[in-house]
Design a protein around this ligand. Structure first.
Ligand code: C2E
Ligand code: MG
Ligand code: MG
Ligand code: MG
Length: 284
């Protein structure tokens, strides 16, 4: 009967949900411990290269976590957990401090870019966190870049923009990340003077076989030129991707072809030891 079927569904479904909730809570507890003990969290860096000068203008910090039992877990899995639990604020502060500290020691004076979650915006905490990290590290503000996606501007947009304005007023640069995947609203470009637009890698990769995607890359690059904004093509994996985005007018490139995310030299021994113990490598 329908009732019996319903019961069966109920029985199968609930334990599964409980398991997932438990798994999530356990992940959150382990992540909190990693943060408090400063154990197992790393920032990898991926170069962003100027197509004309071929120089590295910036490096994007990408968080990596070595879970004590499961080994390396991708940010795609644990950042959402951190966002839902509110832990992202403390992780975000750690990322900003670590990025500024590392970049202050770079000889080439490249900028450092950090990803800021929507949950870190609109609550008045970004500017003090950035200021604290700049002062502690001695990094000049114009060597720090904050990356936000358009989803960060949904909801309390005015509050989010106020936080971004405060850091930009300090001389920190602000980039619009993953452009093309979300709302791609021109209103966002009007509402805030972004210093950089990052075109999502999926457009770059599709553009080699799809003229419509190449046209979108071209239009965003043209827009960047007219607004006086740097345009970065993300996800450049092949020479064909590189040739295309240069032809379409992007001013900077980022992707596996130019360099994979890699740890700071001082983190390499520890990462090698952790990786050997688990026989699983961190996602590059
Ligand atoms: P994102 O900010 O758009 O970062 C770019 C992602 O693309 C990174 O993945 C990078 O490793 C990957 N990538 C770079 N070049 C290529 C390429 O040529 N081909 C392909 N297929 N992928 C490439 P990752 O490190 O796994 O990070 C994923 C996302 O997690 C990031 O996307 C960002 O949204 C988030 N994330 C990473 N680190 C942090 C962080 O410190 N804080 C916050 N809030 N989010 C972070
Ligand atoms: Mg990013
Ligand atoms: Mg991106
Ligand atoms: Mg992304």
């Amino acid at each position: 009967s329908a009732k019996a079927a319903g019961k069966r569904t109920f029985r199968l479904f609930v334990p599964n949900m409980e398991t997932r909730l438990h798994e999530r809570l356990r992940l959150e507890a382990k992540l909190r411990h990693a943060l408090e003990a400063d154990e197992g969290l790393f920032l990898f860096y991926q170069p962003i290269t100027d197509v004309r000068t071929r120089k590295v203008t910036a490096r994007e910090g990408l968080i990596r976590w070595h879970h004590p039992v499961r080994g390396w877990i991708s940010p795609g899995e644990f950042i959402p957990v951190a966002e839902e639990s509110g832990l992202i604020r403390e992780i975000g502060d750690w990322v900003i401090r670590r990025a500024c500290r590392d970049a202050a020691a770079w000889e080439d004076q490249a900028r450092v870019a950090v990803n800021v979650s929507p949950r870190q915006l609109g609550i008045g905490t970004l500017a003090p966190a950035v200021l604290g990290a700049l002062v502690a590290s001695g990094l000049p503000p114009d060597r720090l870049e904050i990356e936000v996606t358009e989803s960060a501007l949904l909801g309390d947009e005015q509050d989010a923009l106020a936080d971004l304005r405060r850091v930009r007023d300090m001389g920190v640069r602000v980039a619009l990340d993953d452009f093309g995947t979300g709302f791609s609203s021109l209103a966002h470009l009007r509402a805030f003077p972004f210093d950089k637009i990052k075109i999502d890698g999926s457009f770059v990769q599709d553009a080699v076989r799809r003229p419509d995607c190449a046209a979108i890359v071209r239009v965003v690059a043209d827009l960047g030129h007219r607004l006086g904004v740097t345009t970065v093509a993300e996800g450049v994996e092949t020479e064909a991707h590189l040739d295309l985005v240069v032809a379409e007018g992007c001013t900077e490139v980022q992707g596996f072809l130019l360099g994979r995310p890699a740890p700071s030299a001082s983190d390499i021994p520890l990462i090698a030891a952790l990786t050997e113990a688990f026989a699983v490598r961190p996602a590059a």
